[in-house]
Design a protein around this ligand. Structure first.
Ligand code: ZN
Length: 165
């Protein structure tokens, strides 16, 4: 059985191949809207970073916590998009997920969405190219519009050292 992270990586790569315009930073809200979803910035409960809900025969709705910094909203949007792709692969037409700030993924759905988001926002080839140019973690964070912890996770996932930079 394939690992969730490998399935998520493949799904993110397909999403990039099919729906990404090739520019960095990847814009997950644009991809979601191109797929017919509605994306809202909203005043959510303080500990909620975002949610997605889908009803049968209706477009999915993604809500992002308007009080979080843009780079958090960006990652949350990519995470919610991950839920959409994962549920679509199971032909599920009705679902909802609520995501809390700093929550550790606690089931296969959440791990999928988390790995999907990292792979979507930091496409492998572009990420390796940028890291090989010697960009610091802070510069990579600015370039890909993801947090520095997410940059470090991605470097680790790709077995790339980042000591001292
Ligand atoms: Zn989630």
């Amino acid at each position: 059985m394939a690992l969730v992270k490998d399935v998520a990586r493949a799904a993110a790569q397909r999403a990039l191949d099919d729906y990404w315009d090739g520019t960095i930073p990847v814009n997950p809200a644009r991809i979601a809207m191109d797929l017919g979803m509605n994306v809202y910035r909203a005043y959510l409960a303080e500990d909620q970073s975002g949610m997605i809900r889908k009803l049968e025969n209706e477009p999915a709705e993604i809500f992002l916590n308007a009080n979080e910094p843009p780079l958090r909203q960006n990652f949350t949007c990519a995470h919610e998009l991950g839920h959409w792709f994962e549920r679509r692969s199971q032909s599920d037409e009705e679902y909802s997920f609520v995501d809390h700030r700093n929550a550790t993924p606690n089931d296969a759905h959440e791990w999928f969405a988390e790995h999907f988001a990292a792979n979507l926002l930091m496409p492998t080839r572009e990420f390796i190219t940028a890291a090989d140019r010697g960009l610091s973690v802070a510069e990579l964070s600015d370039y890909f519009v993801v947090s520095q912890p997410a940059i470090r996770n991605r470097l680790r996932a790709l077995n790339m050292p980042y000591g001292g930079r």
